[in-house]
Design a protein. Structure first.
Lengths: 190, 169
């Protein structure tokens, strides 16, 4: 329902702006170009998206998930103290983080939700649950396949050269996001 | 060196699975099929949203928006051209993909704006959507400080995307 308002608003805004700034003819042409660009983009990014989702599956089955969760354990214990006593929670959480990391968003969500259900208290979010959501919205990803797909679809010769920048950026946003959540948790009592 | 990163990763991923005596090729195809399903699910949204984005750009609204927000964005060192992407990113994933792809096409994939848009897309999530999915499924009504903290993480992402692109390219 939100998107209906957003979309209608976008169209209305473009009509208003077009009328005020006198861009009517360009606006009319844009309606056709945009729709075409949508399907062109989808088709040209399909190849790399398929390949990298497949590779994500391979890395998951190849044991990267286990290796990652071993690496993650010390961090997990700190950010989510509940995992020290609850083994199932620790498993769900590291599976969630690893699936996100390998770009398997569809696999990550169910495990994250399971972890969230174990963390909640009644209908209130606990501090740990808030941190879980923040971690999930910060998106730490090894290979952002859809972005690389868009870049190569647009003729980029080195679609993966942004990877270091993506890694640094998402690590910073996750770390600072969790820190902000931790600080807010001190002042924002249940 | 970096030329070999991706090819070697492809080899390593499938070799690791083979070593476990599992069907690597089959997994590759399964993943591909899953991606295709996902893609067909978002194509209608991509078409609808790119139409709206193209209309906004042609009408001059995007230029107007980035001019209005220019002082704020410049203060943080974020390219004002990405204003639309920053506003849309937390709300809708396909809309952000549409806006980002349009930015990369207009300014060039290897331009500073194009790269910043790509890094922003790759390192942030659809915050409002994620929050509603998690809290909806877990049956939580009192979300406390989750939204401000998550939006702060997004802001750090947009900020760092602009600066890492400046540093690394």
């Amino acid at each position: 329902m939100v998107m209906s308002w957003v979309w209608t608003g976008m169209v209305l805004l473009s009509i208003l702006c077009g009328a005020i700034l006198g861009n009517g003819s360009a606006l009319a042409a844009a309606t056709v170009q945009g729709a075409q660009a949508g399907i062109t983009l989808a088709i040209s990014m399909a190849g790399s998206l398929c390949l990298w989702t497949g590779v994500g599956r391979l890395m998951e089955q190849g044991g990267l998930t286990q290796a990652l969760s071993r690496l993650l354990r010390p961090v997990l214990y700190r950010v989510f103290p509940g995992t020290r006593t609850d083994a199932a929670l620790a498993r769900d959480l590291s599976a969630n983080i690893c699936a996100n990391f390998l770009g398997l968003g569809n696999a990550a969500t169910p495990m994250g939700i399971q972890a969230a259900k174990r963390m909640k208290r009644g209908d209130t979010a606990t501090d740990e649950l808030c941190r879980l959501i923040v971690l999930n919205t910060a998106s730490i990803q090894l290979i952002p396949a859809n972005v690389a797909a868009v870049r190569s679809a647009l003729g980029c010769a080195t679609p993966f050269d942004i990877l270091p920048a993506v890694w640094i950026t998402s690590l910073c946003s996750a770390a600072l996001g969790v820190t902000a959540a931790w600080l807010l948790g001190k002042v924002w009592r249940e | 060196m970096t030329d070999y990163l991706v090819p070697v990763l492809l080899f390593a991923a499938s070799a690791l699975v083979l070593r476990k005596k599992e069907n690597a090729y089959d997994l590759l195809l399964q993943g591909g099929a899953e991606a295709l399903r996902l893609l067909t699910a978002i194509v209608p949204a991509l078409i609808a949203l790119l139409t709206a984005v193209y209309m906004l750009r042609a009408s001059g609204a995007v230029t107007l928006l980035s001019q209005v927000l220019r002082p704020v964005f410049s203060f943080f060192g974020i390219p004002p051209e990405t204003a639309m992407l920053v506003l849309v990113r937390p709300i809708s994933g396909s809309a952000a993909l549409a806006v980002g792809a349009e930015l990369m096409a207009e300014y060039g994939v290897d331009s500073a704006v194009g790269r910043t848009a790509a890094v922003m897309l790759g390192s942030t999530e659809t915050t409002f959507y994620t929050i509603s999915v998690y809290f909806g499924a877990a049956g939580i009504k009192k979300t406390r400080y989750t939204l401000p903290a998550a939006l702060f993480a997004d802001f750090v992402g947009f900020f760092m995307a602009s600066w890492t692109v400046r540093w690394l390219f």
